[in-house]
Design a protein around this ligand. Structure first.
Ligand SMILES: [Zn+2]
Length: 325
């Protein structure tokens, strides 16, 4: 059986269903929160309601992308997942974010030999994620295993810390068969990141580059996809970057050229202000994660993206790409 590793156990990848391929429900600390309080997402009740509203409009699974040291909170995420056991799936990630979120001189990724870091990440996939996300020397493994490995790169730059995290991701994938998902800063460095990962031995068919919509260069998308890696277009409802019509038109342009098997969709609603339930607690209205299905997918259909292509991007591609090898 081809399987996806959720926090409540492995599932047949055929049962993944409509998938938000990069999102956030809980984040209880980390450098992002230090920089901006809107990144603090620590309400289990709001997270439950937001995830439930995604399921209510036809969603089934969510890839939650907070890695080690960035406010990942396994116990709180488990509360959310258990509330929807049998109805919805949550996948969590091990690995690292971009260098800017860490002290790159003293962090254990920087100070340890790569094999030791790979082992620590692989154990999160094979045995269970640390209850405290490796924030200290005491490790308490939970029953929840990671189903993704994350790495991150900077704006138009890849720092040594990030290069090492990419290598860790590739080597951890070789050991465990786990898929990889990479944060790109404003959608830059995608081609070089794909080449580096391939050089480190990653299987690009089980690897995703995220946030490319922030760099709406469809010719670059084509060059990236021609390398065999996948793109997750996240963040519709972010007019401060680009209007949704630009994202929708670029997706259609790629689908028309035969790339629909390599595209994933998500909201990446990584701040409380992007989520309906968190903002409801403040008496503020926001579209929320469900808008991916209720708002953005209808735009794709209206401009002529076929039902079959939408089914690939939301269901068939996640089932194939996020499956363990
Ligand atoms: Zn994100």
């Amino acid at each position: 059986m081809s399987f996806v590793r959720t926090v409540l156990g492995d599932i047949d990848s055929k049962d993944l269903g409509v998938t938000d391929s990069h999102d956030h429900l809980i984040r209880t600390g980390g450098e992002e929160v230090r920089e901006n309080k809107s990144f603090l997402m620590d309400s289990v009740s709001a997270a439950k309601e937001e995830f439930g509203s995604f399921l209510d409009v036809g969603g089934k699974s969510m890839m939650c992308m907070d890695p080690i040291g960035c406010g990942r909170d396994v116990p709180k995420m488990l509360e959310v997942a258990e509330a929807y056991a049998g109805r919805g799936n949550i996948v969590m990630t091990t690995g690292f974010h971009k260098a800017a979120f860490y002290d790159t001189r003293t962090h254990w990724l920087a100070t340890n030999k790569i094999d030791d870091v790979v082992n620590m990440c692989a154990l999160e996939i094979e045995e269970g994620m640390d209850e405290n996300s490796y924030n200290g020397p005491v490790v308490k493994r939970t029953a929840a295993k990671a189903g993704l490995i994350k790495a991150g790169t900077g704006y138009a730059q890849i720092f040594p810390f990030e290069k090492k995290a990419l290598e860790v991701a590739a080597l951890t994938q070789q050991r465990t068969g786990c898929p990889i998902s990479v944060h790109t800063q404003l959608g830059t460095m995608g081609e070089i990141t794909a080449e580096m990962l391939k050089g480190f031995g990653a299987d690009l068919s089980h690897t995703v580059l995220c946030h490319l919509q922030k760099n709406p260069d469809r010719y670059e998308y084509k060059r990236i996809l021609d390398k065999g890696i996948n793109i997750c277009f996240d963040g519709p409802d972010r007019v401060k970057y680009y209007a949704d019509c630009i994202l929708a038109d670029n997706i259609k342009w790629l689908v028309d050229r035969g790339y629909q098997k390599q595209i994933l969709l998500s909201m990446d609603a990584g701040r409380i202000e992007y989520q309906t339930a968190y903002m409801k607690e403040k008496n503020v209205i926001a579209k929320g994660i469900k808008w991916l299905l209720t708002g953005f997918v209808p735009i794709l259909k209206e401009i002529g993206v076929s039902e079959e292509a939408v089914q690939d991007m939301l269901v068939n591609n996640p089932a194939r790409i996020f499956a363990f090898k």
